[in-house]
Design a binder for this molecule. Structure first.
Ligand SMILES: [Zn+2]
Length: 334
């Protein structure tokens, strides 16, 4: 079976220098039977050395990645690089253009589409190109996320807890080098097919982030995100670290129990009782949900099922039953 990607690329991934170009994903639409959807890519190479691949806009409503990586792509010059930096600042470009988490073209979630399929809808075709042509080149993979429209988050570099201890140690060291306030060890509670999972399985040092949210987007979260240069320096790719070293000893936290992810027991308006960073005990109420139809009823209580600090909370007041309203984490030794 032919598994070659149908996506083409107009820049050479090999060879020294700096090149801006595009991936071109085949499309056949109402307005053009023959069309290509372009996804920007930048390659900055200089001699032998490791390869870092940086992604932003995996989810389209998370702007910390696109802004940081568009700046980095313009600013980095080949003489600053030992090895190679490949930057895809708006991986789910249709979603970034629409300002939505999911692709407006096929409704798919890029971060559930990996490894993708050759002849998929647009999101799966992009994922397939990345998993088959780009990730195999990597030593270091960075996928910049934030809470987007729906969640407020404490700023963190994150990863799964891997069984491969040597790989995990390398990932924790790279995460420390970032200088973000938190390192967050998470588990998948809403499906599989994540880009970082795909990169981890290939043995790459893989870092994700949760840098804030659409409402928190601003100077503070962008300053933390821009410290990504420190990781490139840690990997030996940049001769100089970023101008901001950030936090020397980040707090390592984990939400590795399903109970740490609290889903709304009912639909309505979620009223939070705590803010990010607050300690919460099991059985304590993290908030309550007001009925939109029955003002005579008491609000539905939302109780914590584990102890921890409030690491993330829902940022959209209107809530449907089953949607995540809070995530608790506990400090761990690493
Ligand atoms: Zn995301």
């Amino acid at each position: 079976m032919n598994d070659d990607s149908l996506v083409t690329i107009d820049v050479d991934l090999e060879g020294d220098g700096k090149r801006f170009g595009n991936l071109a994903v085949p499309q056949s639409t109402n307005s053009a039977g023959w069309a290509k959807y372009f996804i920007p890519i930048t390659v900055i190479s200089n001699g032998d050395g490791p390869t870092a691949i940086l992604f932003g806009g995996n989810h389209g409503d998370e702007y910390e990645g696109p802004v940081t990586l568009l700046n980095l792509a313009r600013e980095l010059t080949p003489d600053q690089v030992h090895g190679r930096v490949i930057i895809i600042p708006m991986l789910n470009h249709p979603a970034v253009v629409a300002g939505t988490r999911l692709s407006p073209i096929d409704g798919a979630n890029m971060n559930r589409a990996f490894p993708g399929r050759r002849n998929d809808s647009i999101t799966g075709m992009i994922a397939h190109f990345i998993s088959s042509r780009v990730l195999p080149l990597a030593d270091l993979v960075i996928d910049i996320h934030s809470g987007g429209s729906s969640m407020h988050m404490l700023p963190s570099v994150n990863m799964h807890r891997l069984e491969n201890e040597a790989q995990m140690d390398l990932m924790l060291a790279a995460a420390r080098a970032w200088g973000a306030p938190y390192i967050f060890l998470y588990r998948d509670i809403a499906g599989e097919g994540l880009l970082p999972s795909c990169a981890e399985q290939m043995g790459n040092v893989t870092l994700g982030t949760e840098m804030g949210s659409k409402a928190q987007f601003g100077r503070e979260t962008l300053l933390v995100t821009a410290r990504v240069r420190n990781v490139l320096h840690h990997a030996g790719i940049l001769s100089e670290p970023g101008s901001d070293p950030g936090v020397a000893e980040p707090i390592v936290v984990a939400a590795d129990d399903e109970q740490d992810y609290i889903m709304a027991p009912a639909s309505g308006i979620f009223e939070p009782f705590f803010e990010l960073g607050d300690p919460i005990a099991a059985c304590e109420r993290v908030g309550q949900i007001h009925s939109l139809e029955h003002p005579e009823r008491d609000p539905h209580p939302v109780a914590a099922r584990s102890n921890g600090i409030l690491f993330a909370r829902r940022s959209i007041p209107l809530t449907r039953q089953g949607e995540c309203v809070a995530v608790l984490t506990r400090e761990v030794s690493s």
